[in-house]
Design a protein around this ligand. Sequence first.
Ligand SMILES: Nc1ncnc2c1ncn2[C@@H]1O[C@H](COP(=O)(O)OP(=O)(O)OP(=O)(O)O)[C@@H](O)[C@H]1O
Ligand SMILES: [Mg+2]
Ligand SMILES: [Zn+2]
Length: 261
Amino acid sequence: MKALADISNFQISEVGEEVCPKCGSSFKLYHTPRGVLGACKTCADRELIQSLNLPTVEDLQKMKLSKFVEQLEKVTSDIKNASVKGYKPTHESQIKAKQIVIKYINEFDGKKSIVFSGNPGVGKSHLAYAATKAIRSKGYTAVFIKSTYLLERIKASYSLNSNVSEEQIFDMLERLDLLVIDDIGSEYVKKNDGYETWASEVLYKILDMRIEKANIYTTNYTESELTDKYGNNGPRIISRMLNKAIAHRIEGKDYRRQEVF
Ligand SMILES: Nc1ncnc2c1ncn2[C@@H]1O[C@H](COP(=O)(O)OP(=O)(O)OP(=O)(O)O)[C@@H](O)[C@H]1O
Ligand SMILES: [Mg+2]
Ligand SMILES: [Zn+2]
């Protein structure tokens, strides 16, 4: 055994480097009283962070995304409690619409889309929001948003005192498992103030980056009306809306009203 005096006089010196078999970083080896020793700092740091149980980058991203979802989603009170089960079809096309939604939820793979068109009050938003909630409860990130409101939020992001940039909004929209844009086409404002051009550009950009992802679009308009509406972007927008999508027109009477006047 070495005498204590020997050990206390021992000079620790660098003797080389080693590549960590776990992470591949290199670390220094030292000549010590207990032999040649060294430890990977990268791994030690990682173990320390793991032991603290801090959220990972992915966790943080997911948290940020769900906060964004909470802030972005605005739903009118008449559909807040909408469920698929609570949708009572009174027309052949509504039976079909309900079947489409049930199948969509059950087989959700984050890649297919639905386009619901039809007159007011036939339950397009009801079914779209019911699907949003059902898919969210399966653990996916999903946002239901009216097209007008989405554009408002993007416009507001241009303001200097906005706490979120346009780029951040697009980034979040791109990352969602399901994006529901309600009432596409209702964002019409007079053509001569340039808004419609801007709106169609932004919509095009969103639909383009959501291609091959899961989306639900609802609209009061027909395909040709929408194509007209968006001018140069019309065909490109429609083509993206219909990418891997089931398009279905819901008919029937307006559920909101009983009376005529
Ligand atoms: N078949 C149905 N069964 C139960 N409730 C329904 C049905 N259809 C519509 N509703 C209810 O009627 C109201 C209007 O429906 P919804 O908002 O879905 O209509 P919409 O097709 O989106 O109309 P719009 O084109 O005006 O946006 C909501 O409160 C919705 O929950
Ligand atoms: Mg609606
Ligand atoms: Zn290592």
